[in-house]
Design a binder for this molecule. Structure first.
Ligand code: ATP
Ligand code: MG
Length: 274
């Protein structure tokens, strides 16, 4: 299947009625007593080459939602379509022709240190995902060097270990690793929360440049409404597992209709010295 040439009109991601329930266990035999609904009947679309931000207070189900898209937590109910292809058992497509979801979608996490194996060199970290997909070691190294350059890390980084980088450099490394398989969609879960403010801006600019240059579609989770305002084309607001508002960023953020969105926007802290 040619995953580089999807119809540009079809959404990169389409989610219908997505529900994720976690079992609540108890008793001596740790039996399932009940279920906790972390994501409740959420629907949205992510247009190609756009950034959709998911906002909402801690524990409202943002991470669970994006993890369920790549199979890191099981979906209880609902449909996921990638470029119009239905997703099932980690593959997008039908029984005759399908593609691995991980070839199309990659996830970047908040903590760049814990998501990198400290015992592997950058060469091993970057090349492993594509060597596993049948790319030769030499071609994988060439691709890794190109991507290190793209995320502004020196080629000399190839022989280093994760602990030899700063936090911002490690996040650049995670971004480079996610791009090795040439995905079409990035899921970014609070990717700048652990970074210094000046480094945050660099990483956000890098993500937006990559979106333009590589035609990526990005799902972006953040608590920082300033960042969301600056970066997003669309915003989805979640509250206790529900999607309570979804629309163009300039409308949702300037003229919210839902009471919770209004409260969320009003709660952006301002710090004043006495
Ligand atoms: N594996 C799990 N088993 C049981 N409950 C879980 C699991 N993962 C998440 N939860 C629960 O689901 C709810 C949503 O968690 P989630 O991590 O998606 O929130 P979040 O919106 O990403 O929060 P934050 O902004 O703090 O990262 C929380 O109440 C959490 O305790
Ligand atoms: Mg989270």
């Amino acid at each position: 299947m040619d995953i580089q040439n999807f119809d540009s009109a079809v959404p990169a991601l389409e989610v219908n009625g997505l529900t994720v329930k976690f079992p609540i266990r108890g008793g001596v035999f740790s039996k399932v007593k009940d279920y906790f609904t972390a994501v409740d009947n959420v629907s949205f679309t992510l247009p190609q080459r756009k950034i959709l931000s998911i906002v909402g207070e801690s524990g409202c189900g943002k991470s669970t939602l994006v993890k369920s898209l790549v199979g890191l937590v099981p979906v209880t109910k609902g449909e996921i379509n990638l470029f119009g292809l239905p997703v099932k058992n980690g593959r997008a497509g039908n029984s005759k022709e399908s593609v691995r979801v991980s070839d199309l979608v990659q996830m970047i996490f908040q903590d760049p240190f814990s998501s990198l194996n400290p015992r592997q060199t950058v060469t091993e970290i970057l090349t492993a995902p594509v060597i596993a997909r049948g790319v030769s070691f030499d071609d994988a190294c060439k691709r890794a060097r190109e991507l290190l350059d793209r995320v502004s890390l020196p080629a000399g980084a190839m022989d280093k270990f994760p602990h030899e980088f700063s936090g911002g450099q490690r996040q650049r490394l995670c971004i480079a690793r996610s791009l090795m398989v040439r995905p079409k969609v990035l899921l970014c879960d609070e990717v700048t929360s652990a970074l210094d403010v000046s480094v945050q801006a660099q990483i956000l600019h890098l993500l937006d440049d990559l979106r333009c240059d590589l035609g990526l579609s990005i799902l972006f989770i953040s608590h920082d409404m300033q960042v969301v305002r600056a970066l997003s084309d669309e915003v989805l607001v979640m509250y206790f597992g529900h999607a309570v508002e979804h629309g163009p960023a300039d409308i949702v953020l300037t003229n919210p209709q839902n009471d919770y969105t209004k409260k969320l926007l009003a709660s952006v802290p301002t710090i004043r010295r006495k």
